[in-house]
Design a protein around this ligand. Structure first.
Ligand SMILES: [Zn+2]
Length: 254
């Protein structure tokens, strides 16, 4: 569980909208889960993201234990498909400086990898916003030739990418089709889905470009309703569906 303050919310429409949003917040703190996922298929075992790993904060980093409890040893994982390179999605690839998954290939959106290995991009951000750069460098060093950047399209059989820019520039969702149903891993398109479906212009300080993140959400929520996607979010507690509510949206457990 990740806890932060409502001061992590950023309204894309400026100070007046910001003040109104904060006045409507039911409490001063916000909590959300941090999840990642395992897929079994004919091609073996694929993780979607890798969580924080242990040692980041006492309330995070339980997934290594939970994978073991569910019969998943590190050597069982064939590949890890990353949505983006923030710590709570990628740091769990590392055991200290070593790879935690001894065999896995690490599939990373090519735009995302280019961004977080760019010295110019690092220097353009304030110090407090640079944590993904050293984590990326450590992952690249640890996994070497097992790092596989991918372009938009069918990244694995039956899994298609969906660009979700704004939270990070290369954030990528994954559409998984089967049994007449389509599931979307939407990563961090929304962190506080109740608040952000009700007002898609609510972004967070974790969004690289809050206005672009907001535009992505308007488009994404509309498509999620049209296509009746089953939503799997890194910070959602349940598999969910988006619905229209007046001129905006809502979300509930599927
Ligand atoms: Zn993120």
């Amino acid at each position: 569980m990740f806890t932060t303050g409502t001061d992590s919310l950023v309204h894309a429409n400026g100070p007046a909208a910001q003040a109104e949003m904060l006045a409507n917040c039911p409490s001063a703190t916000i909590e959300f889960e941090v999840n990642h996922f395992a897929l079994r298929g004919p091609g073996g075992l694929t993780l979607v993201d890798a969580g924080t790993g242990p040692g980041w904060s006492p309330s995070l980093g339980r997934s290594w234990g939970s994978m073991r409890q569910n019969g998943i040893a590190p050597a069982d994982v064939d590949r890890v498909l990353l949505t983006h390179l923030h710590f709570d999605h990628a740091r769990g690839l590392l055991d200290g400086e070593k790879p935690y998954f001894p065999r896995a290939e690490i599939l990373i959106p090519s735009i995302e990898l280019a961004f977080y290995t760019s010295e110019a991009a690092r220097l353009a951000l304030p110090e407090a916003r640079r944590s993904a750069f050293p984590i990326t460098a450590a992952i690249v060093k640890a996994y070497g030739s097992r790092i596989k950047p991918f372009m938009p399209g069918e990244v694995l059989p039956g899994i298609e990418t969906l660009a979700l820019p704004g939270h990070t520039m290369g954030q990528t969702g994954f559409l998984l089709r089967g049994n007449g149903e389509t599931a979307l891993f939407w990563a961090d398109a929304a962190h506080m889905a109740d608040i952000q479906t009700a007002d898609p212009d609510v972004s967070t300080v974790f969004d690289y470009d809050p206005k672009l993140a907001a535009r992505t959400r308007w488009w994404l929520f509309d498509r999620a309703v049209e296509e009746n996607w089953l939503i799997i979010g890194s910070h959602l507690s349940d598999f969910s569906r988006v619905r229209r509510v007046g001129e905006t949206y809502g979300i509930s457990a599927a």
